[in-house]
Design a protein around this ligand. Structure first.
Ligand code: IPE
Ligand code: IPE
Ligand code: MG
Length: 239
């Protein structure tokens, strides 16, 4: 890796292609998801070693409920297990974990695990790791609008005081810097309802590599490409 590389402070990833990766191997889609979960763990470690401070991954979208029930069940089972292992690895790597998304639709035991994980890691000073589960950018904005309306109705917020910073503070990502770099694997070139507000000036990098094959080397390539961008605004919040 080039020592002079400027590290993006916050990298967001739309991990994609688990199903296609498995199909190419003549395996069921779920095999791709299992492998993809392992890639998440490796990339967390590598990202932190490289000096990235915030990593956000899109694990399950509000649209993903529309997949066949057995696939949804398999993904939920993986997330359940992931929360358990994450509790151990987070300690080891001093990782501070936060889950983005609407949690009430998740099974009770998953919600409990999320709460344990967030609570146990909240003071860790290592990688800030965000996992988006039952997350949709539009849903996040709707939930924020509701919370603002409630605050206004209760007399705690005046409409004329609503600014971009105030809206920001009602989002799931409150307090975080916005992503500098968004990576999407397996060649798709769309946002798929991810971080609609936060990606306003984020640089995009698309790679043909499917997520289960994504490695540290691929991450470095993305950061190198980012270094060659003539960045506009450098992130709106940094203005
Ligand atoms: C990404 O892989 C994982 C999730 C969205 C949960 P996909 O499951 O979307 O894989 P493809 O895009 O069908 O290959
Ligand atoms: C986006 O991937 C959602 C996640 C990575 C969780 P999808 O594979 O679900 O997105 P679309 O359906 O191709 O837009
Ligand atoms: Mg996909």
């Amino acid at each position: 890796m080039d020592e002079g590389l400027k590290m993006p402070q916050h990298v967001a990833i739309i991990l994609d292609g688990n199903g296609r990766w498995a199909r190419a191997k003549g395996m069921p889609r779920n095999y791709g998801h299992v492998q993809g979960a392992k890639t998440v763990e490796t990339i967390c470690e590598e990202a932190y070693r490289m000096g990235i401070q915030y990593l956000t991954v899109y694990a399950f979208s509000t649209e993903n409920w529309g997949r066949p029930q057995d696939e949804v069940d398999a993904l939920m089972k993986l997330l359940r297990n992931y929360m358990k292992t994450c509790l151990k690895t987070a300690e080891k790597n001093r990782m501070c974990v936060r889950v983005l998304g609407e949690k009430s639709r998740l099974d009770k035991d998953i919600r409990v695990r999320i709460q344990e994980l967030e609570e146990a890691t909240k003071d860790n000073d290592g990688l800030h790791f965000q996992i988006a589960i039952n997350y949709g950018g539009r849903d996040e904005i709707v939930r924020a609008a509701r919370k603002m309306a409630e605050a206004a109705a209760a007399g705690r917020l005046r409409p004329e005081d609503i600014t971009e910073d105030i809206v920001d503070s009602f989002l799931d990502t409150a307090g975080m810097p916005e992503p500098d770099l968004l990576i999407r694997t397996c060649n798709e070139q769309r946002i798929s309802n991810f971080l609609l507000w936060q990606l306003a000036y984020t640089e995009f990098y698309v790679t043909p590599v499917p997520w289960p094959d994504f490695t540290k080397e691929e991450l470095i390539k993305a950061v190198e490409a980012y270094n060659h961008r003539d960045r506009k605004h450098g992130g709106l919040k940094a203005q």
